[in-house]
Design a protein around this ligand. Structure first.
Ligand SMILES: Cc1cc2nc3c(=O)[nH]c(=O)nc-3n(C[C@H](O)[C@H](O)[C@H](O)COP(=O)(O)O)c2cc1C
Length: 222
C-alpha cells in the first residue's frame, strides 16, 4: 500500500450521522476487528474489549439507551473534558455549526441542537454498535491504546465501504452500559462506535470537517 492509498482512506473517512438499516455481514465485521487489532499498544497489552451488537440486540440497546438518556444521570467512567478553550473551543464550535447548518438548525435554536444531540442515543440509526472498554488498572495509557484501536476500526471499515462514528456521548451513561452488557466494573467504558452503511442523501452526512496546518501543531527542533 502506498501512502497515497492511506491518505485516500483517511480523506474518505468521516463521521457518519445517518445510517441505512441494512446489516453488515458478520464476515466483514470480523475483518474490521482483525485489522484494527494490529495497532500498537504499550507492552502489547491490547487492552481493548469490544461488545458488538447486531439486529435485535442493537434495537434493544438503542431503546434502552434512549430511555437512559432521557431519565438517567451523566456518569461517564472516563471524565469528560472539563472545558474547551482557545483554538479547541473554536474548532469544536466550527464542527458543531457545520452539522447544524447541514441539518437546518439555526444558531441559538436550543431545542433543535438538543434534538440533534439526542440522535447520538438512537445511534444515528446504525444497525451495529461497538462498545469499547479498557482495564481500569491500565489508566490513561489503556485509553490511549484503545484510541488507536478506534481509529483503525474506522479506517478498516471505510476500506470496506462501511461508515462509522466514534461516540463518547454514549459513554455518558457508563453505569447503564455496565449493567446492560455485563461489562465488569474493573473496566472503563471509553466510547461506542456506531457503524453500518451511510445514508448518502441525509443532510447530516453532507458536511466535512477540516484540519489545522502543520505549523499550527508542530514544534520543529533542529
Ligand atoms: C473519541 C471520539 C469521540 C467522539 N464522540 C462523538 C459523539 O459523541 N457524537 C458525535 O456526534 N461525534 C463524536 N465524535 C466524532 C467527532 O465529532 C469527529 O471525529 C470530528 O468532528 C471530526 O470529524 P470527522 O470524524 O468527520 O473527520 C467523536 C470522535 C472521537 C474520536
Amino acid at each position: 500500500m502506498e501512502l497515497a492509498d492511506l491518505d485516500d482512506l483517511l480523506a474518505r473517512r468521516h463521521s457518519c450521522r445517518a445510517f441505512r438499516p441494512d446489516p453488515v455481514p458478520r464476515a466483514d465485521i470480523e475483518r474490521i476487528l482483525s485489522s484494527a487489532r494490529r495497532v500498537p499498544s504499550w507492552c502489547n497489552a491490547q487492552p481493548w474489549q469490544v461488545v458488538v451488537t447486531s439486529g435485535d440486540e442493537t434495537d434493544r440497546f438503542r431503546t434502552a439507551l434512549l430511555h437512559e438518556a432521557a431519565t438517567g444521570a451523566h456518569a461517564p467512567d472516563l471524565p469528560f473534558p472539563t472545558s474547551y478553550s482557545g483554538v479547541y473551543q473554536q474548532r469544536r464550535r466550527t464542527c458543531g455549526w457545520a452539522l447544524y447548518e447541514a441539518v437546518g438548525v439555526e444558531k441559538g435554536d436550543r431545542a433543535g441542537s438538543a434534538r440533534e444531540m439526542m440522535k447520538n442515543f438512537a445511534l444515528f440509526g446504525a444497525p451495529h454498535c461497538a462498545i469499547v472498554s479498557s482495564p481500569a488498572e491500565l489508566g490513561s495509557y489503556g485509553a490511549l491504546d484503545c484510541g488507536g484501536f478506534v481509529t483503525a476500526f474506522t479506517l478498516a471499515a471505510q476500506a470496506l465501504g462501511i461508515a462509522t462514528i466514534p461516540q463518547a456521548a454514549v459513554a455518558s451513561y457508563s453505569p447503564f452500559l455496565h449493567r446492560h452488557f455485563g461489562i465488569p466494573d474493573d473496566r472503563l467504558v471509553l466510547c461506542a462506535i456506531s457503524f453500518g452503511y451511510a445514508d448518502p442523501d441525509h443532510p447530516a452526512n453532507a458536511f466535512r470537517t477540516d484540519r489545522a496546518e502543520l505549523d499550527e501543531f508542530v514544534d520543529w527542533r533542529g
